[in-house]
Design a protein around this ligand. Structure first.
Ligand code: 5GP
Length: 121
């Protein structure tokens, strides 16, 4: 069952300017900023400005313009951070089995160093 969007989540507060972030990039539909607890040398979060709780919500309910802007923003943020040559990983945790902590759609971009296998063995 899908949970409704919680407007008090930490990324909604960042979007409203109620708490600061280390901004990396922005467009009409997205904001990119650096993760407060980086899991790699470079760890960027790309979020939607629209109120979507996760990828399930976004893929079902966002406009095609919002969806295109999100994908474009992820590639642009990685390029701006200089990650294209070395490569990078993108991850979007969705729902309880994924260990999603912040219930506002976000894509993690991890890179700047070798970041190992997809899952620790
Ligand atoms: P999730 O587990 O939901 O996929 O990832 C949430 C991410 O948000 C975590 O990597 C965490 O470090 C990051 N995070 C949580 N609170 C803040 C914050 O206030 N500012 C920033 N920049 N990142 C945050």
């Amino acid at each position: 069952m899908k949970m409704s969007y919680d407007p008090n989540n930490i990324f909604a507060k960042i979007l409203r300017g109620e708490i600061p972030c280390n901004k990396h990039d922005e467009c009409d539909h997205t904001l990119a900023f650096f993760d407060i607890a980086p899991q790699a040398k470079t760890h960027i979060l790309v979020i939607t400005k629209g109120a979507y709780s996760d990828m399930a919500d976004f893929s079902a309910n966002a406009s095609s313009g919002e969806q295109a802007a999100f994908i474009t923003a992820i590639g642009r943020a990685a390029k701006l951070a200089g990650l294209e040559e070395g490569g990078y990983r993108i991850i979007s945790n969705t729902g309880k089995d994924s260990h999603q902590e912040v219930p506002h759609l976000h894509m993690h971009i991890l890179g700047g160093e070798p970041i190992g296998p997809l899952r620790a063995s």
